[in-house]
Design a protein around this ligand. Structure first.
Ligand SMILES: [Zn+2]
Length: 407
């Protein structure tokens, strides 16, 4: 028997948090304005973090009241540290203090994939989730077996191996739902169209501004460009993250190819951004949804240039600058909104499982004994739960934040 308490990330994307008996799986933030956090007032005996994205780890320093150990993989530790520091500086009212952040840092216990550890009577094992370097699915085993997918992807990327589906028996599954109902485009065709657009933009005398998330996406894009013989500039936090990932070679698909791609890209030093604009070029830069970062500097210089293009490399949350640029051709540059004469394109290099992969995960879990599934982390969790009941024939629920289930 286990008690599951859903604290955040239900019927929404952001602030993921689930309590299993006295253990907390993820404790993230939702980067809305103002940011939102999971339900609080909980005192976990241990914390387990699935991966280093802020919607999974962003509020974790707020859990330090009773000094719990915090389990995560080595890359998740390094990525979390960098992103939390950054978000602490940006947030007007962080839910934790600097002292709690330092305590969080010192409470981290590093665990590798497939290396069991023990918390609150559970044997816990992390499996590669294929989402970002160090991302993990969490398997928990006691008298019942639980699998929490975190965010996952079943398809190989240039940067990462696909999720490792060799987990043992499962009785209950907690599965992300981000792209239920959405098919991702064929990766090869997508890469080809992306590279062709970058090359033609530069050949026509323009700049290809490539906004990319710092974690994973920047490195994936650099690897794609390197593979196709394009030498880009790279600017923003993605550079720092690249250095972190180079320190964890066994968590990427090919450390050699990653190193080569990073080495080939030209770093833009702070205060020297003008240099990247002197000749037509491709510039890979944060922020991925254009809500800040050096990307806005470049766009502030180029928005009137019809030869230049913005090539978005991921999903754009509603209300972000990237979303606005796609829908209206307008963009907010701090105090003023401008009409973009440069082109705007979107390439869906998603690091999440798509519809077919999500269904496949549930099928595999059912084959390993799962009798119940909980759908979280998505806008269509209720539809996904219905699909599971109708097609896999097991119990399925789309919990709401605050609900408690005994399994
Ligand atoms: Zn994630």
């Amino acid at each position: 028997m286990a008690v599951l308490q859903f604290l955040g990330g239900c019927r929404e994307v952001g602030r993921s948090a689930i309590m299993v008996d006295s253990v907390i799986l993820d404790y993230g933030m939702k980067p809305s304005h103002p940011p939102e956090f999971p339900l609080d007032g909980v005192s976990p005996s241990e914390v387990i973090i699935s991966h280093g994205h802020l919607d999974h780890v962003g509020a974790a320093p707020d859990l330090m009241d009773f000094n719990p150990p915090v389990y995560m993989t080595p890359p998740t530790r390094d990525l979390s540290t960098v992103l939390l520091k950054d978000s602490m500086n940006i947030m007007e009212h962080p839910p934790y203090t600097r002292r709690e952040f330092r305590q969080f840092e010192s409470n981290v216990v590093e665990v590798d994939y497939c290396e069991p550890f023990y918390v609150d009577g559970w044997e816990v094992t992390m499996y590669n989730a294929g989402h970002i370097p160090g991302s993990a699915m969490v398997h928990m085993s006691k008298d019942t077996n639980l699998l929490y997918t975190g965010d996952l992807k079943l398809e190989e990327m240039r940067l990462l191996e696909p999720a490792d589906m060799k987990f043992p028996e499962v009785d209950a599954l907690i599965v992300e739902s981000t792209y239920f109902g959405v098919e991702h485009p064929d990766r090869k065709k997508l890469e080809k169209a992306f590279v062709e657009s970058v090359v033609s933009t530069v050949e026509n005398g323009g700049h290809a501004i490539i906004p990319a998330f710092a974690v994973g996406r920047t490195q994936e894009v650099l690897m794609i460009l390197e593979r196709h013989g394009v030498t880009p500039y790279v600017d923003g936090m993605g550079r720092e993250v690249g250095e972190i990932l180079e320190r964890h070679p066994k968590y990427v698909r090919s450390a050699r190819q990653l190193r080569r791609a990073i080495k080939k890209a030209i770093p833009v030093e702070r205060g020297r951004r003008e240099e990247a604009l002197t000749e037509p070029a491709a510039i890979v830069t944060t922020a991925g949804m254009l809500n800040g970062g050096p990307a806005l500097f470049y766009i502030s210089r180029l928005y009137n240039d019809e030869k230049s293009r913005i090539l978005l490399t991921g999903y754009q949350v509603e209300g972000t600058n990237g979303d606005m640029a796609l829908k209206t051709g307008m963009l907010n540059l701090g105090m003023r909104a401008v009409k973009l004469r440069m082109g705007v394109e979107q390439y869906d290099f998603s690091a999440h499982a798509d519809d077919a992969q999500l269904k496949n995960v549930v099928e595999r879990a059912a084959n390993k004994g799962a009798e119940i599934a909980f759908t979280v982390h998505g806008e269509k969790t209720e539809e996904f739960a219905e699909w599971i009941k109708d097609n896999i024939g097991i119990d399925a629920y789309a919990p709401k934040n605050g609900e408690v289930y005994v399994i």
